[in-house]
Design a binder for this molecule. Structure first.
Ligand code: DX5
Ligand code: ZN
Length: 234
């Protein structure tokens, strides 16, 4: 006999914002994290020029950001061979470490175990074309599901609304107790797109250009958070 948790009323959601440093000034990373001190997480995009056609920063720079950031780090690893590289980000103190399902060569659950053992939350990212159904069992061992709403690699791209079906399904599985994780979305989130994403069920919104492209990043964070909260208000 199974005892799946079911909820008559879904747990109330509080939209959270994770500004992406990809749109920040890389020569001033300490100041750029200080400018978003009111954010929930700071999103750090690690790209290796293999998994995606772009190269950003790696462990030494993330370690330096970790030492100064007032906000917990959310590392999004767009890299091949995450089994080899990801645990180091957990060990240096990142709050959440997300790897791409498409990049895992072994069972992603083994990697989730390693990340958690090192003290981090474990995240699994899906590119826009990767089906959620393929990872339902695996996701039971993860803390975060990162739904990509652009092809990973660059900031400032247009939001792909077709991924919202995955968000809705993940939300339903969380609200019915079949999964226990945070639903995060990444790519093209701004004042025009955040409401649809919130309605579909996102908890954590990554926003790069919409936050760092604003004159006042703190006000942009507050504005996005309030907009998402209004969209899901009963
Ligand atoms: C893209 C990155 C995103 C990017 C989002 O591959 O994973 O985190 O910074 O930037 P915006 O919000 O500008 O789409
Ligand atoms: Zn990202």
């Amino acid at each position: 006999m199974t005892h799946a948790r079911t909820y008559d009323h879904p747990v109330p959601r509080h939209p959270m914002i994770a500004p992406s440093l990809l749109s920040a000034d890389f020569a001033r990373l300490a100041e750029e994290t200080a400018r978003i001190a009111d954010a929930d997480w700071v999103h750090v995009d690690v790209m290796d020029a293999h998994f995606v056609p772009n190269l950003t920063l790696g462990e030494p720079v993330v370690k330096a950001i970790q030492a100064v950031s007032p906000v917990p780090l959310d590392c999004h690893l767009m890299i091949t061979d995450p089994e080899r590289w990801a645990p180091a980000y957990a060990e240096l103190g990142a709050h959440n470490v997300t790897v791409h399902a498409e990049a895992c060569t072994g069972d992603p659950r083994d990697l989730a175990k390693d990340l958690r053992a090192a003290g981090a939350k474990a995240g699994l990212a899906l590119k826009p074309g990767t089906p959620l159904e393929d990872y339902l069992e695996v996701l039971r061992d993860f803390d975060t599901l990162l739904v990509m709403s652009v092809e990973p690699g660059f900031g400032g791209q247009s939001f792909m609304p077709e991924v919202l079906g995955k968000v809705r399904e993940a939300r339903r599985l969380v609200d019915t107790g079949h999964l226990d994780l945070l639903v995060e979305i990444d790519g093209g989130i701004n004042a025009d797109t955040i409401e649809a994403a919130a309605e579909a069920g996102v908890d954590m919104f990554v926003a790069g250009s919409a936050v760092y492209g604003a004159a006042d990043p703190g006000a942009a964070i507050a504005g996005l958070r309030a907009q998402a909260a209004r969209a899901i208000a009963p």
